[in-house]
Design a protein. Structure first.
Length: 444
């Protein structure tokens, strides 16, 4: 066995007991396993449930060692997430006991188990991460995972001139080029706002570089959905950022670099004058299928994994063109009906309202870090929603992690503000003083 494989296995095995006694360490390790997928580089280790091996001791340690974890689950976002899971369970039971959908019952239950695991770790993340410091470490970990992908992709782009599509690591949630582009759009605001808020100048520069390098990387996933998401995210960032000139220059340079070296194959794929190609027609076919199915079963839909050949022949204009949902929204609509669509979109709205309220409070208090973090999460969710219009990733791990981060940020920020208010009368540090001391300590 190569030395690299031995080292990764050793680190992983040694880390499992630590996950139990230090659940936050487990959350960080689980994030690395889920996002960076280092286990894919170990020969013969594809079938081992690495994420589950980390999740079990982490959640067990939370139950034993984490105080107040139950109270940390009592937020609008997580209660809405729990309601959504209950509805997923109801649609699963109903669809598997409906004759028309019974042919994919086993796939439906397998998908329910998969999504339930994601939502369980989402709740675990929100319950364990209990401070702004831990929130910051979690966001740096997420950014670091995708930063590794970007730094690995740059030599490949330079050597090939962008002639080939960028893909994520094999057997990961971002293996497909479209999923990779979606994830990069979600990470782009994280790079930008961490470059603003991190106290160490070298860390700032690293994240700023990753931000600029991510733009051409998104372009060369060859994903049109990712391109649309990129335009939306960058447009909103330019509108909301106080550093519009600097941001605009970085975007222009990154876009010019990407477009200058873009091969003819890329230009043809992105050319809107080419008309509807096979991929676009498949999307319309899948969306029509979803609408027709939901119209017949408006309450519960067809359950998980309902985009199947048997049903396409019944509900799609072209029954032979069996593809995935090609849209977050149509995926939820077909699989969980109009009720599921309402609950899913309600979760999104609740998250945006929470970030908007938190940003307003932070402005009144003068906490620039929290303002930046709130903008970061809201724009990252915009990246998911915009690109997700054309990608069927409704149960994306990354999206649900952002939901947990919304709950964590607002709870941790208000706890810190309350602590500041308590000590203010005693002449101790204010929020700004704490930020200054924190930055000095980090730089030192």
């Amino acid at each position: 066995m190569p030395f690299r494989d031995v080292l990764l296995l050793l680190v992983f095995v040694v880390s499992l007991p630590v996950c139990f006694v230090r659940p936050f360490y487990g959350i960080i390790l689980w994030t690395i396993v889920a996002f960076l997928n280092p286990q894919s580089y170990i020969w013969g280790a594809v079938t081992f449930p690495w994420a589950m091996a980390v999740a079990i001791p982490t959640l067990a340690g939370m139950l034993i060692f984490s105080r107040g974890w139950m109270e940390r689950l009592m937020s609008r976002e997580l209660l809405m997430l729990g309601t959504l899971w209950v509805w997923f369970t109801i649609t699963t039971v109903v669809s598997t006991n409906t004759t028309l959908f019974s042919h994919h019952a086993s796939d439906t239950w397998l998908r329910w188990i998969f999504v339930s695991k994601i939502l369980l770790m989402t709740a675990g993340t929100a319950a364990i991460v209990d401070s702004l410091f831990k929130f910051r470490v979690l966001m740096i970990t997420i950014a670091g995972c995708f930063g590794v992908f970007i730094l690995k992709a740059l030599p490949f782009l330079a050597a090939t001139g962008g002639a080939f599509r960028l893909y994520g690591p094999p057997n990961s949630m971002v293996e497909d080029n479209n999923d990779f582009g979606l994830a990069l759009n979600m990470t782009l605001p994280i790079f930008f706002f961490l470059a603003q808020t991190e106290p160490n100048r070298w860390v700032k520069r690293l994240f700023a570089f990753c931000f600029a390098a991510t733009i051409p990387s998104i372009l060369f996933t060859y994903s049109r959905g990712a391109l649309i998401g990129l335009v939306v995210v960058l447009g909103l960032m330019l509108l909301r950022s106080k550093q519009r000139v600097l941001l605009g220059l970085m975007v222009i340079i990154a876009m010019l670099v990407g477009l200058t070296f873009a091969p003819e194959r890329w230009r043809e794929r992105m050319d809107p004058n080419q008309g509807l190609d096979g991929s676009a027609l498949s999307r319309i076919n899948s969306w029509t299928f979803a609408w027709n199915l939901a119209s017949d079963y408006p309450v519960t839909g067809g359950g998980f994994a309902t985009f199947s050949p048997d049903l396409f022949g019944r509900y799609a204009p072209n029954g032979a063109d069996v593809k995935g949902p090609h849209s977050v929204y149509f995926q939820i609509l077909a699989e969980h009906g109009f009720v599921g669509e309402f609950l899913y979109l309600s979760l999104v709205v609740i998250c945006f309202l929470a970030l908007w309220r938190l940003s307003r409070q932070a402005k009144e208090i003068g906490d620039t870090r929290v303002i930046a973090y709130a903008n970061m999460l809201s724009l990252s969710m915009v990246g998911f929603l915009a690109s997700g219009t054309f990608l069927g990733r409704a149960y994306f791990d990354y999206f649900f992690t952002l939901v947990a981060c919304v709950a964590i940020l607002q709870r941790s920020a208000r706890q810190e503000w309350a602590a500041d208010a308590e000590v203010l009368d005693e002449g101790l540090d204010t929020a700004d003083d704490r930020v200054l001391a924190y930055e000095q300590e980090a730089v030192g």
